[in-house]
Design a binder for this molecule. Structure first.
Ligand code: DX5
Ligand code: ZN
Length: 232
């Protein structure tokens, strides 16, 4: 069966001193989505990048910018990212007092919306808001840092999310992407795809593979990821 798989490099592991070039090169190596991790040192114990950086990179690529908000509260900052050129904005249910309202806010600003599930967060949050969701993002590590190990129990959770999405698509005809985030690499990506993911965030596995300044430094790791996906 032919399936569309999307690879989303997490720029958290890029060289921030050369961020623009990193993004151009990683997209040119055959990836699809810029995964943009926003951390606030409150919802998660780390601090990263905000709307100004999103705005700065927007003109550099036509690729989808997928903003993953690890922020609490989320509503104040959502419009800033929409304005900065985000295509997709996802947030954690724990980061919003009114999940349905925050999802609508993202959509009203012209972006695709999504909910993010920590390893121990139940998928039930999806049940009454599927119509307002374009992407489900499952964390396969606890959020806050790149370079952690994939939590194997998340394969079962992926299958459960896949089933919910497939049932919904069958009823409505509307597609929802299923993204996995954390510890993805060429050795486990096929198994993760089999469990149901169609969109794969990879930070350290991709950016860790290109140490020199060769513009094609990410080609071989992206090729490996694609080959593993082709074997599914
Ligand atoms: C973690 C972030 C991830 C992370 C992925 O909180 O949401 O996007 O950077 O990095 P790797 O692929 O290194 O696990
Ligand atoms: Zn992320």
């Amino acid at each position: 069966m032919d399936k569309t798989y999307r690879i989303a490099p997490s720029i958290l592991s890029a060289d921030f001193a050369k961020l623009g070039q990193e993004i151009k090169d990683v997209i040119a190596s055959g990836t699809d989505i810029v995964h943009f991790d926003v951390m606030d040192n409150h919802y998660v114990p780390n601090l990263t990048i905000g709307p100004l950086v999103c705005k700065a990179i927007r003109p550099l690529t036509d690729a989808i910018i997928d903003v993953h908000l690890m922020v609490k509260p989320v509503d104040r900052i959502i419009p800033d990212f929409a304005e900065a050129g985000a295509d997709i904005i996802t947030f954690h249910p724990e980061g919003s007092e009114h999940i349905d309202r925050s999802l609508s806010l993202v959509r009203d600003l012209g972006c695709k919306s999504g909910l993010v599930f920590n390893p121990a967060t139940p998928l039930d949050y999806l049940d009454y808001v599927m119509d307002k969701i374009d992407m489900v993002l499952l964390m396969s590590v606890n959020p806050g840092f790149g370079g952690q190990k994939f939590i194997p129990e998340m394969l079962k959770k992926l299958s459960e999310a896949r089933k919910k999405i497939d049932d919904y698509t069958q009823k409505t005809g509307r597609e929802i992407w299923l993204e996995i985030d954390g510890g993805v690499n060429p050795n486990n990506i096929a198994e993760i795809a089999k469990a149901g993911a169609d969109t794969f965030v990879a930070g350290s596995a991709i950016f860790g593979a290109g140490k020199d300044s060769d513009p094609n430094r990410y080609d071989s790791v992206v090729k490996l990821l694609r080959e593993s996906l082709a074997s599914v």
